[in-house]
Write a protein that binds this ligand. Structure first.
Ligand SMILES: [Zn+2]
Length: 280
């Protein structure tokens, strides 16, 4: 989609499956199964959405999906069908060296996995050799010192090589990485989780990461059981939705499968999503 002087495209790295109880947290199954049908192992299917922003100041990639380094245990547990990001970029006429900036909502493997790849010697190296990668300092701290509850969501090969090669920049709070692309720390889902706000007049686009992972999570109490600070997620989500409605932002969801983006409208006093296709 063309947006002022920028172009934005959602690129899917593929899909995966996660336990529905985990995805919907305290919401009872009788309610969530109406919006996401579970498979025989109680898992629901989720997207792995990344966002490419082409600007006059360079190409920015937001999140990198699971990528291709993943082991068989994870493949099986999560019903993974991933590793499609590079093909998606190629379809838009881009090579790995055309990406100038990469930023992550956070460093869980379903967002950072595609940031590195194995070379012929099976060493993990940055997938985008010329890119500068950005992450919140608090997120880096969490990923490099995870506790027992968070450990399984991180894979150090996804992000250590970025620092080792001097391609990583740590950010604190708010930062405009290039004109019109703003990082904003949200917390909630994990320490240092951030959203990315793209400002290309006349419209703003918000990549909301796992603060609102799918359109079903627009409902305020729908918060995953994986969130480190669910009350923070709730408060951030409340103010984000209010602003998104007032300013008519386009929201992009990390894990929406059927719908990956859209704008808010009200029906009977409740938020509803009017989907927009950003894959074209
Ligand atoms: Zn996620």
């Amino acid at each position: 989609m063309k947006l002022g002087r920028m172009e934005i495209h959602v690129i899917s790295d593929g899909s995966w499956r996660l336990d529905g109880g985990g995805v919907f947290g305290q919401v009872p199954k009788v309610l969530w199964q109406e919006v996401a049908k579970p498979d025989g192992r109680n898992r629901v299917r989720l997207g792995l959405n990344c966002l490419l922003v082409r600007t006059p100041n360079g190409n920015v990639l937001i999140d990198t999906g699971v990528g291709r380094k993943v082991d068989d245990r994870r493949k099986e547990n999560y019903g993974l069908d991933a590793g499609k990001l590079m093909g998606g970029l190629r379809n838009l006429g881009l090579k790995a060296t055309d990406i100038d900036y990469v930023t992550f909502s956070h460093l869980h493997f379903d967002h950072a996995g595609g940031a590195t790849k194995f070379n012929r010697k099976r060493e993990a190296v940055p997938t985008f050799p010329k890119a500068k990668y950005f992450i919140q300092e608090a997120c880096w701290e969490d990923a490099t010192h995870p506790n027992e509850r968070g450990r399984d969501a991180y894979e150090s090969l996804d992000y250590r090589p970025l620092a080792d090669r001097g391609q990583l920049e740590l950010v604190r709070g708010e930062k405009e990485i290039i004109p019109g692309v703003l990082l904003r720390e949200t917390g909630g889902h994990c320490k240092g989780h951030q959203m990315v706000l793209i400002n290309s007049a006349p419209r703003k686009v918000a990549f909301v990461g796992d603060i609102i992972p799918t359109p079903s999570h627009i409902r305020l109490p729908y918060i995953t059981a994986f969130d480190q600070y669910p009350e923070q997620t709730l408060e951030y989500k409340r103010q984000l939705l209010k602003q998104a409605e007032e300013d008519q932002w386009i929201l992009v969801f990390s894990h929406g499968y059927d719908a990956h983006a859209g704008m808010l409208e009200r029906k009977d006093g409740r938020y509803q999503l009017k989907p927009i296709d950003l894959t074209k």
